[in-house]
Ligand binder design. Sequence first.
Ligand code: NAP
Length: 512
Amino acid sequence: MSRKVTDKAVANLPVRHVKTVIIGSGFAGLGLAIRLTQQGRNDFLVLERGSDVGGTWRDNTYPGAACDVPSHLYSYSFALNPDWSRSFSKQGEIQQYIQGVAKKYNVLDKHIFDCDVTSARWNSDTSQWEVESTKGSFTADTVVSAVGALCEPALPDIKGITGFEGAVFHSARWNHDADLTGKRVAVIGTGASAIQIVPSIAPMVAHLDVYQRTAPWLLPRMDRPYTRPERLAFKHIPGFQRLSRAAIYAARETQVVGLAKVPALMQAFELIAKAKLRYEVRDRELRAKVTPNFRIGCKRMLISNDYYPALSRDNVDVVTDGVAEVRKNSIVTRDGTEREIDALVVATGFHVTDSPAYNTITGKDGRTLSEVFDDLGQQGYKGSSIANFPNMFFLLGPNVGLGHTSMVYMIESQINYIADALATVDRLGLNTVEVRRDIQDAYNASLRSKLEGSVWNNGGCASWYLDKHGNNTTLWPDFTFEFRRLTKSFDVAAYETSSDNSRNNLKVVTAQ
Ligand code: NAP
């Protein structure tokens, strides 16, 4: 990889000023880097804590890792890939795609890898962000956080887990040196990651205990390899791939009606899931154990054709008694049963609404993002800006998450908005832009009223979509094309602005 040019520069400079710092280079940060480059806005750097682009697709290398959104939609609109080998790509192919795009659009030299941002603090005197990282100090006119919601593994707080003597690792930090062949293994968790891990390792291990706290709903995975004629058609027939992408988009978008507006419609999905469960789990006792007790869609709907068959294997047990304690070589459940194991996989998800990264960002009143979120919950404006954090934008900020379709679509919507914001700041000669609190409050009131009727808030489950106050601060509660419309251009009127260090508030005309 032709990177590291910038590393040398950083080593020689105690503080480096750049116009825009982007933190993180997953689909979001990389996409923005490409857009800025295309616009000739070259005075930016991407600070990435990993040693490569890819974000979650670089980090999640667990066996069976694959996307549950079809690849022709789960890719940048400006970099379609006719060569996807199958309808739902595996992690390796997606990571290769992201690496290829970074190379093709020539943005790797704008990256500083292995660069962990340890703090970002707004300085009101200079109207700049002061950014500290493991690769040096920076000042920036604008910071864009593109760290994503699913990047900080959440380790379960289970008594004794640190004293476990075998291999223990999180699904997103898979230890490839730990050979599980012929071992007794436990997986804690039954979410999107676990249901891919379990069928992948079940055939190789001696015994597998799956610790289930909540049974997930499963739908069929309509996955298949693309034939050669299909791939040739994607490549050579003008418009064919775009048409296929549009069809996938439209089909998925219909789910919004049931998820966000009329949850009763989700019963249709529930019927399919129940039929699948009956067909794939013949053992009545096991079927009762893995039958969910909440409305489908409340948690992310999972797709798999091999999870239930894996649970039905002789060498796999589903344990629902609740983990009480981990000992040196075993797990003890609340009923007192002790099960010996050699390795433990924790597939327990991520710090979504309580990310440790929020402690590292300090806004204009001296409060960190965590402190602001502690008071209000995770609130922002169009997922892209937060009051008290001037000249800071967010890719994948509050309430832009989805359960039904491609996050890349939301990311590209936000890229439109943020790129236009940066252009607007330049065009109007603005020194600072900060979303108005009243506008942010009104926006969140509208989100909350939409979410009130959704299956995520009423489906009878606990999920990572809800924060500690019980508010849904993660999901977008409407059609995604509505979000695209809202973020089409930067609505400067919704922002407090200043120019030349003297604050001249613009008159508010409208806020979308
Ligand atoms: P997750 O959906 O948050 O699932 C975590 C699992 O661990 C849940 O079953 C949870 O149980 C359980 N758990 C958590 N803490 C526990 C504890 N202390 N004791 C026992 N069980 C515990 O995490 P994930 O599976 O890593 O998925 C996270 C998100 O990543 C997904 O929702 C999805 O957005 C994304 N993802 C996507 C794909 C894909 O595209 N195929 C694959 C992987 C991940 P409860 O349900 O009871 O809380």
